[in-house]
Write a protein that binds this ligand. Structure first.
Ligand SMILES: Nc1ncnc2c1ncn2[C@@H]1O[C@H](COP(=O)(O)OP(=O)(O)OP(=O)(O)O)[C@@H](O)[C@H]1O
Ligand SMILES: [Mg+2]
Length: 408
């Protein structure tokens, strides 16, 4: 049995059901604010799954390299390894406001300290990844295929005034993302420049920095409040009642834009929808074929409050690694990269006036143009990046030409 916590308080109990399923129940008199998800209001009857976990509990389970690392480390000790075991191992340090412990345990989020400056200065050279994964894998309740860990350095941030964080605060503050040289060379620099374009388009991006030698990208957690507590975060798999395995199934029109409109209750919803459309269009221009349901999310202070579009994360020009790459979800019934006309149609139907859509296209084109010189100078300073960097610039021009209809 696993105890589930929200905002530092007990919310309910999660148990196995049959061989493969799970069941979650809120004890009687649980207050409405303790709900574990926007999609799971407090009620007396249990939430049951015949197979796997309900999407909100599945959301942060490590995937890819991190999951494999944890399996290798723990399977022998516990004799087996399933999603429940994984949740117990990484449950006390998670993205968002939910935590998991044993039934009788107290909450204890005690992540070891790791200087972010040390990571950025690449002081451990090629040993850094091995060192961090060894030390932080068990504190990394975070999804995604790329190798990554959550670390704690409450003093380092370009964004938050960290002085206000309480001295007893011990939770993770940053995400450190690495890459596999044989599969995705220079992925951190790739993401760094894609995020730079997004920032210049006026989208909300958490502070992010590239390590000196390009081996790691360090991103501030956007769900961390200055007082050390965490906001609620839910990705679009959860909002669509899907598990992680279904992250590539859906459409940008319904599973992303319309779904967001259904959940958005804040007065800022129209501008959030514009930003969401800007992000979808930007993904096409950057040729990011991995903009699946887990790469969009909502953020909220209270589960009964007003969810906002989460800041932008995980933007990569994937077509340089997979030249035939297409979109992760469909737009207009296809995963082929859309032309400007198709995007304009979606924008004008669901988002704003022709003038507004034109302004969004212009902003993206401008953001791209302003970032190209940065990529060029990084290529000059880092010959290792030349091939990837030049290939990115070619993909961006292709993306701009098709999806924005050329230079604005
Ligand atoms: N700055 C952030 N603050 C809090 N949570 C974040 C942040 N960035 C990402 N996340 C969460 O971590 C998850 C994994 O991050 P990310 O998408 O960058 O990893 P990835 O391995 O590149 O993913 P993918 O499998 O899509 O390639 C996201 O789906 C999101 O839930
Ligand atoms: Mg991702």
């Amino acid at each position: 049995m696993i105890k589930v916590w929200t905002d530092g308080d007990e919310a309910g109990l999660l148990d196995k059901k049959g061989v493969r399923g799970s069941t979650f129940v809120y004890p009687s008199e649980t207050s409405k604010q303790r709900a574990v998800s926007l999609t799971m209001p407090v009620r007396t009857s249990s939430y049951n799954m015949d197979y796997g976990l309900v999407p909100i509990f599945d959301m942060n389970l490590p995937e890819g390299a991190l999951r494999e690392r944890l399996r290798l480390a723990f399977a022998k000790a516990i004799g087996k390894f399933d999603d429940f075991d994984l949740l117990t191992i990484v449950g006390r340090s998670q993205v968002g406001r939910i935590r998991y412990t044993g039934e009788k345990e107290k909450l204890n989020e005690d992540v070891p300290f790791q200087s972010v400056d040390e990571i950025l200065a690449s002081r451990r050279g090629g040993e850094l990844y091995a060192y961090l994964i060894e030390k932080f894998a068990q504190y990394s309740g975070i999804s995604g295929i790329q190798p990554k860990v959550l670390v704690r350095d409450e003093k380092s941030s370009a964004g938050l005034s960290r002085e206000r964080i309480s001295p007893s605060y011990r939770g993770a503050t940053h995400i450190v993302k690495f890459w596999e040289p044989n599969e995705f060379p220079q992925l951190a620099a790739n993401e760094y420049f894609c995020l730079s374009v997004a920032k210049r388009c006026g989208l909300d991006i958490p502070p992010f920095k590239l390590a000196l030698d390009g081996t790691a990208l360090v991103v501030d957690r956007f769900d961390l409040r200055p007082d050390g507590s965490y906001r609620g975060f839910e990705d679009f798999c959860v909002l669509n009642a899907k598990g992680t395995a279904e992250k590539y199934s859906g459409t940008y029109e319904t599973s992303v834009i319309r779904r967001f409109q259904e959940f958005a209750r804040s007065p800022e919803a129209p501008s959030d929808v514009e930003n969401l459309f800007t992000l979808i269009t930007l993904n096409c221009v950057l040729r990011n074929g991995d903009a699946h349901l887990k790469n969009f999310g909502v953020l909220y202070d209270e589960v009964l409050g007003e969810p906002r579009l989460a800041p932008v994360y995980d933007l990569v020009t994937t077509s340089i690694y997979l030249p035939k790459d297409t979109m992760a979800l469909t737009l207009n019934g296809t995963t082929n990269w859309p032309d400007a006309k198709a995007l304009r149609r979606v924008g004008q139907t669901r988002v704003g006036t022709p003038a507004k859509i034109r302004e969004i296209f212009e902003r993206i084109s401008e953001g791209l143009s302003q970032t190209v010189p940065d990529v060029r100078s990084y290529i000059q300073e880092h010959p290792d990046f030349k091939e990837v960097g030049e290939s990115m610039l070619r993909e961006w021009e292709k993306g701009r030409s098709l999806s924005l209809g050329g230079r604005q």
